[in-house]
Design a protein around this ligand. Structure first.
Ligand code: M6R
Length: 364
């Protein structure tokens, strides 16, 4: 049942405020003022290192979480793609907690990576959508993301729910390791409780997204840029676009632009810049200027302050509501998904069943 939407993907994008609200209800106390985890959750104050392993979109959720765990909690994190991890057979320090993230809980490479970790790490936690899945059962503890069934092959609501659960773990780790005071935690939890409403506002930003999508649908290739927490999101935006519109899309950390990809810039290459007006914004503006000086066409996804600060040269802008920069990857996932969705609609591709792809990759 598409609930009145044209595609499952549209329905699942629209459900995000609700399902993130569900995830928060499950992982916050009734008053919403503290994080509630199962009793058998390993103590994130004692863990020495994390290793996060996944595939595809779930891998980008892990990459985002690395920034959170390292910056907020001072906890070192290795992140890997399951298919690389399992055959590289990395040495693992005894105090390592391994976290596997999978919507389906059936991804063959992720499961094999999990099995490799058995007897090599201090604990195995799975962050899954399907609670009865093989990966959930093979782990010491499974943390459900509460996204509800995800039918569209392109993962949307599972991604933002994965991010929500991983952020809560990072906040718990930050508190347990004495890296965050109670007031900052209270601030962030309050911002998180307000997130469903902010996401609803973001879902209304339709007109500029459609205009951007119309432009992108005529492009042969696109580039996504982001810095810090927005870098993994740029990767996710590029994956979404190529999966359902078949337009080539690449993502780079903004600072890498001049180390190679700037050679691609000309008037035919749309460059999508994901950048809330945070501490790194000035650097992003100078990257944008480098692109525009070479005739590149920028789509800036930012908040009103960022769009204003970027000046008049911007090709197109999508103006987002404001949130705490720590939460920005969850909020900015929406324009990334909507750009891909509307571009696919403009091209007439099959949004829910893109060619060559399966929802769950249970073979290598
Ligand atoms: O079920 P999983 O989360 O383990 O799936 C991982 C990837 O196969 C999945 O995220 C894939 O990249 C999606 N098609 C992305 O939209």
């Amino acid at each position: 049942d598409k609930g009145g939407h044209r595609h499952f993907m549209a329905k699942e994008i629209a459900e995000q405020p609700m399902v993130i609200g569900n995830a928060l209800r499950h992982y916050l106390t009734e008053a919403g003022d503290d994080i509630r985890l199962p009793g058998d959750m390993p103590d994130l104050g004692q863990v020495e290192r994390l290793v996060l392993v996944a595939c595809g979109t779930a891998y980008y959720a892990c990459l985002t979480a690395k920034y959170w765990f390292e910056q907020l909690a001072g906890l070192p994190v290795d992140v890997d793609i399951a298919s690389e991890f399992r055959y590289r057979e990395p040495p693992l320090a005894p105090g390592t907690l391994a976290i596997f993230v999978s919507q389906s809980g059936e991804t063959a490479d992720t499961l094999a990576a999990l099995r490799y970790c058995r007897d090599r790490v201090a604990g195995i936690v799975a962050v899954v959508n399907v609670e009865e899945s093989t990966i959930a059962r093979a782990s010491d503890l499974a943390l459900p993301i509460h996204a509800g069934a995800e039918i569209g092959v392109a993962s949307t609501k599972a991604f933002t729910c994965q991010l929500t659960v991983l952020l809560l773990l990072a906040l718990r780790a930050a508190r347990a390791r004495g890296r965050m005071d109670a007031a900052r935690l209270a601030d962030l939890l309050s911002a998180l409780r307000g997130l469903p409403a902010t996401l609803n506002t973001a879902l209304e930003i339709d007109a500029p997204v459609r205009e951007v999508a119309r432009d992108l649908s005529a492009a042969r290739s696109t580039l996504f840029l982001g810095r810090g927490l927005m870098y993994p999101l740029a990767l996710e935006g590029a994956l979404k676009l190529k999966e359902i519109s078949y337009i080539h899309a690449e993502a780079y950390a903004s600072g890498e632009l001049k180390h190679g990809p700037i050679a691609l810039i000309d008037e035919t290459l749309p460059v999508i810049v994901m950048a809330p007006c945070d501490a790194l914004f000035d650097k992003t503006v100078s990257n944008m200027q480098e692109v525009m000086a070479r005739g590149g066409r920028i789509v800036l996804v930012s908040d009103a302050e960022g769009v204003e600060a970027a000046g008049g040269g911007t090709f197109r802008a999508i103006t987002m509501p404001v949130t705490d920069p720590v939460l920005a990857p969850i909020l900015y996932a929406l324009p990334a998904q909507l750009i891909a969705y509307h571009t696919a609609i403009a091209k007439g591709t099959d949004v829910d069943q893109p060619r060559n792809l399966a929802k769950s990759v249970t073979v290598e």
